[in-house]
Design a protein around this ligand. Structure first.
Ligand SMILES: Nc1nc2c(c(=O)[nH]1)N[C@H]1C(S)=C(S)[C@@H](COP(=O)(O)O)O[C@H]1N2
Ligand SMILES: [Mo]
Length: 240
């Protein structure tokens, strides 16, 4: 929606005319509504990101993406919100499978990173803080077998997402419990989610219950429903 077009009534109710004009003047546009909330894509942030490159030369913003100002909840069936119910199985092609509860997760070495995430629906959130434990650390702790080739991130109610082992072991792949300086919000996977910033965001399983290392690939929830098995945003691997 362009900033110069009149707003639908529900949108004008959610954002005052003054706020809207200020946003329009600063180069942001109203993007979408969901659950009575307004999500704002920023033309200015999108322009700025388009001028940036990653260390390896790829553009910072993958093709076909626009920059969102804050994380947008994309749905899914939540698991228990209680830290007391956290139980993350680390298992499969490993010598020493184990389970992490909430205190166990917090007792592992913590990593804080500013990451970019890219949703297949076309929004990206750049440089927000995420805190948690590296998947590579958990793999090492479990004694990864040479037979492991893929990782399945398992969530509540049977949600799964598959990631190539080498990509899951990248240093920016986290089992995260904090975002933007706060505990994860409920719609974003509280208490614990995976964050796999190199791939479209559906790979980042919320309400995480398991990390399964497998020898043979196991396409997950969206990968068996028409989405690309790999999901590289820079190759626009959106749909199969
Ligand atoms: N357990 C679980 N994890 C999930 C999903 C889900 O439905 N269930 N949806 C995925 C999809 S499609 C996206 S785009 C992201 C959205 O994360 P967000 O709601 O924090 O933006 O979570 C992913 N992780
Ligand atoms: Mo999604």
């Amino acid at each position: 929606m362009s900033a110069s077009r009149p707003l639908p009534p529900a949108v004008s109710a959610a954002m005052s005319r003054r706020d809207f004009l200020a946003r329009a003047a600063s180069g942001t546009v109203v993007a979408a509504m969901g659950g009575g909330m307004l999500w704002v894509l920023s033309d200015r942030l999108t322009r700025e990101a388009k001028a940036m490159s990653l260390a390896d030369g790829r553009p910072r913003l993958p093709p076909g993406q626009r920059v969102l100002e804050a994380l947008r909840p994309m749905g899914g069936v939540p698991g228990s919100p209680s830290p007391a119910d956290v139980k993350i199985k680390v298992y499969g092609e490993v010598e020493k499978p184990f389970e992490l509860d909430w205190n166990g997760l917090l007792a592992e070495p913590q990593t804080e990173l500013e990451l970019d995430v890219h949703c297949v629906t076309g929004w990206s959130l750049l440089g927000a803080a995420w805190k948690g434990v590296r998947v590579s650390h958990l793999a090492e702790k479990a004694g990864l077998k040479k037979t492991a080739r893929h990782v399945v991130f398992e969530g509540a109610h049977g949600y799964t997402a598959n990631v190539l082992l080498a990509e899951a072991l990248a240093p920016d792949v986290l089992v995260a419990h904090r975002h933007a300086g706060k505990p994860l919000a409920r719609p974003h996977g509280s208490p614990v989610r995976a964050v796999v910033p190199g791939l479209y965001f559906w790979k980042s399983t919320k309400w995480l219950t398991g990390i399964k290392f497998v020898a043979r690939d196991e396409p997950g929830y969206w990968e068996t429903r028409g989405y690309h098995n790999h999901a590289d945003p820079w190759k626009e691997e959106r749909y199969a």
